[in-house]
Design a protein around this ligand. Structure first.
Ligand SMILES: Cc1cc2nc3c(=O)[nH]c(=O)nc-3n(C[C@H](O)[C@H](O)[C@H](O)COP(=O)(O)O)c2cc1C
Length: 325
């Protein structure tokens, strides 16, 4: 089912999550090709952008084929957040500017007082969103957690402020900051947010297949679901969830041949974008994700973690799948 964020039409309810080190252009293209209706880019630092940090700027790379795409920023300071949003509005061809209010990692949430740390300050949240909405032409969205910790679950209050400030949609990762990625996402929090606001609500947390996506949509009434870890080494997840939601069918899992081809395609697109050294290094993380659930792959995992060149990587993968067709 299609839905809208601002004036932007999103063709279905399945969204790729922003994931630092993962949701770059090649992975977003794979996700869109396999049926994600919208893709989020990895977060970029507001200060990194404004101080002309080359590494940060490279993170903005995108192509038109992955659109619609949301570029996420993180920060804590009103002025730099607004200026970073203006920078993206001008220089990026993305469709949405998303603000990170959920990142739990200490470097972001504690040292920089950004990400999930903002959940402790709804007034600042309101000011940041309102100012950014005023200054940019693209729709602005916000991604939050349930709250800072279990004694301060305030997603509903924060969501209302975000809506009042002019945000076009809100994503709720239904865990507190102190939970990190442990425990289960609390669907009741997403449901409560959906009941409290009129802008689209994207539910997030633990969607790993068709049934878990349907459960979140049905139980919470949210407009779409966002998928993070379930998409690691598994871009097929978008096609599978779409088929399940549309026709109630479980598509067969990809064959070993398809997995092999996807790994090589993913590797080649990373190498093309980032050069051989970085592309192969990044694929060292993706490799084991693609091999999840495949028997007798432990020696291949080890080989991939030491691969230095594109050809070496491909050789290891080819050899393995020749014997495990
Ligand atoms: C490797 C990794 C990187 C992530 N990076 C970001 C990020 O840059 N911005 C963000 O808002 N969330 C980030 N997240 C959180 C995800 O977007 C998502 O909220 C979380 O993983 C819960 O969804 P899931 O249960 O489907 O994985 C990251 C998660 C992972 C696993």
């Amino acid at each position: 089912m299609a839905f809208k964020i601002g004036q932007l039409n999103i063709e279905n309810q399945i969204i790729l999550a922003p994931m630092a080190g993962v949701s770059n252009s090649p992975f977003r293209i794979l996700s869109r090709n396999y049926g994600a209706g919208l893709v989020f880019a990895e977060m970029v630092s507001d200060k990194g952008l404004l101080y002309e940090n080359e590494k940060t700027k490279k993170l903005l790379y995108m192509t038109d084929i992955e659109k619609p795409m949301a570029q996420q920023i993180f920060g804590s300071d009103l002025e730099t957040m607004v200026n970073a949003a203006i920078y993206i509005d001008k220089h990026s061809n993305c469709d949405i500017i998303d603000i990170n209010m959920g990142c739990p990692v200490p470097k972001v949430a504690i040292k920089a007082q950004a990400g999930a740390s903002l959940m402790k300050n709804p007034d600042l949240i309101y000011d940041i969103v309102r100012e950014i909405v005023k200054k940019v032409s693209k729709p602005v969205t916000v991604k939050i957690r349930s709250g800072w910790d279990h004694s301060s679950v305030n997603a509903v209050e924060v969501a209302k402020r975000i809506e009042a400030a002019g945000s076009s949609a809100i994503t709720v990762h239904a865990r507190t900051r102190s939970q990190g990625y442990s425990g289960l996402a609390d669907l009741d929090v997403i449901k409560a947010v959906k009941e409290a606001v009129n802008i689209p609500v994207i539910g997030n947390g633990d969607v790993i297949d068709g049934p878990s996506a349907k459960r979140m949509l049905d139980y919470t009434g949210c407009d779409a679901v966002m998928i993070g870890r379930g998409a690691l080494g598994n871009p097929w997840i978008f096609r599978e969830i779409n088929a399940y939601l549309k026709d109630g069918v479980h598509l067969p899992r990809p064959t070993h041949q398809e997995i092999k081809e996807m790994m090589i395609m993913h590797l080649d697109s990373l190498v093309e974008l980032k050069g051989e050294h970085t592309g192969v290094l990044e694929m060292r993380s993706h490799g084991p994700w693609y091999l999840k659930g495949i028997e007798h792959a432990s020696s291949l995992r080890k080989q991939l973690s030491q691969a230095k060149t594109r050809n070496e990587f491909v050789q290891y993968v080819d050899d393995f799948f020749k014997h495990h067709a």
